[in-house]
Design a protein around this ligand. Structure first.
Ligand SMILES: Cc1cc2nc3c(=O)[nH]c(=O)nc-3n(C[C@H](O)[C@H](O)[C@H](O)COP(=O)(O)OP(=O)(O)OC[C@H]3O[C@@H](n4cnc5c(N)ncnc54)[C@H](O)[C@@H]3O)c2cc1C
Length: 306
């Protein structure tokens, strides 16, 4: 399928040269050659033929809280899901609660609504500012929980076949901050298995997690943890031990509060952020022998992230 066919079919849903960096929480990076916003499952069904087997690269963007996109133009199609993919519902099945969440829904919103209703087991997600789609792809986790522990299945549209299918957790190969889902997959909804429990206790847990994050993590423009923790130890401790707290390249610097966070000033470039990542990775390799790997999904950096 050609880009012209997609443009013709998508109409108002397609925006040429749309801001892309602005859709990420680091708020740096350039534009997308074409952005397609899919408002609802019906709209996905309508656009499916033009999104299948496209001749240019495709990138799905969720809430952009784990993405770093390069300056300049992303030479492909960026797909984003709209409000028709943000539903949350649940039903009882014996002792378990089967939850259905749209892929565009934010984890903190779901964590609060579920705990308020006494549906427990998802409180840990309140501090993770991603969407269900991005969280399944990344197997997001923290505070003792992770998506792998609660996801029963995901509904996934394939950009290769143009069809959707329900993929059970056993097919998603969850591991630390990764899954079997690739750039050819669009998660549209997620099914969780949770339990009925004490709403008051769940609400206390949510408040404690929010307070812990405020105390221990920096605010401002950032994308959360930049590097994955190595097999032993924590990336933040290695970066701090290398004396890199406060290290700066252009408008990007290593947080003084949490060394695995990079804070991005207004007016910084994506090149600043990735150059600082290279500096941190190389210095930690020299000081500790550990090869830190990016947790962020880097898009379009080619030679800048060798
Ligand atoms: C302040 C802060 C704190 C954070 N804390 C944590 C934490 O404690 N634990 C943790 O695990 N992460 C954390 N993160 C990282 C991030 O929130 C998670 O990785 C989150 O799951 C990403 O979701 P997203 O919607 O923002 O995805 P994006 O950043 O938009 O995308 C991430 C990846 O998922 C893909 N993707 C997104 N949506 C879809 C979809 N619908 N279908 C298919 N692919 C999709 C993208 O193509 C990309 O490869 C933090 C980030 C910030 C900014």
């Amino acid at each position: 399928v050609s880009l012209a066919d997609l443009l013709a079919l998508a109409g108002d849903a397609a925006t040429p040269r749309a801001p892309l960096g602005a859709r990420t929480t680091s708020r740096v990076g350039g534009v997308a050659r074409l952005l397609v916003e899919i408002s609802s499952p019906a709209e996905l069904a309508r656009l499916a033929p033009a999104l299948t087997g496209l001749e240019v690269p495709l990138l799905v963007v969720g809430l952009g809280s784990n993405l770093l996109v390069a300056d300049g133009e992303y030479d492909g199609v960026v797909v984003a899901l709209g409000a028709g993919f943000a539903e949350l519902s649940w039903r009882e099945d014996g002792d378990t609660i089967i939850v259905s969440a749209g892929a565009a829904l934010a984890l903190p919103v779901a964590a609060r609504r579920l705990s308020d209703a006494g549906v427990v087991g998802f409180e840990w997600a309140v501090g993770i500012p991603g969407s269900f789609g991005g969280a399944v792809v990344m197997n997001a986790g923290g505070h003792g929980g992770q998506m792998a522990d609660v996801v029963a299945a995901a509904e996934v549209f394939s950009f290769q076949t143009g069809t959707s299918r329900c993929r059970p957790a056993s097919d998603l190969a969850f591991r630390y901050r990764a899954s079997a889902l690739t750039a050819h997959d669009l998660v549209t909804s997620v099914t969780l298995t949770l339990t009925r429990g004490d709403a008051e206790a769940a609400k206390v847990a949510v408040r404690e997690i929010v307070a812990w994050r405020r105390t221990n993590q920096p605010g401002g423009a950032n994308a959360g943890s930049v590097f994955m923790n190595p097999q032993t130890g924590s990336a933040g401790q290695l970066i701090e031990a290398a004396g890199l707290k406060g290290a700066r390249v252009g408008g990007a610097h290593v947080s003084d509060k949490h060394a695995n966070f990079i804070l991005v000033d207004a007016g910084a470039s994506a090149a600043d952020v990735v150059a600082l990542m290279v500096l941190v990775r190389d210095r930690v390799r020299t000081t500790s022998g550990v090869n830190l790997e990016s947790e962020l999904r880097l898009v379009g950096f080619a030679g800048q992230w060798p």
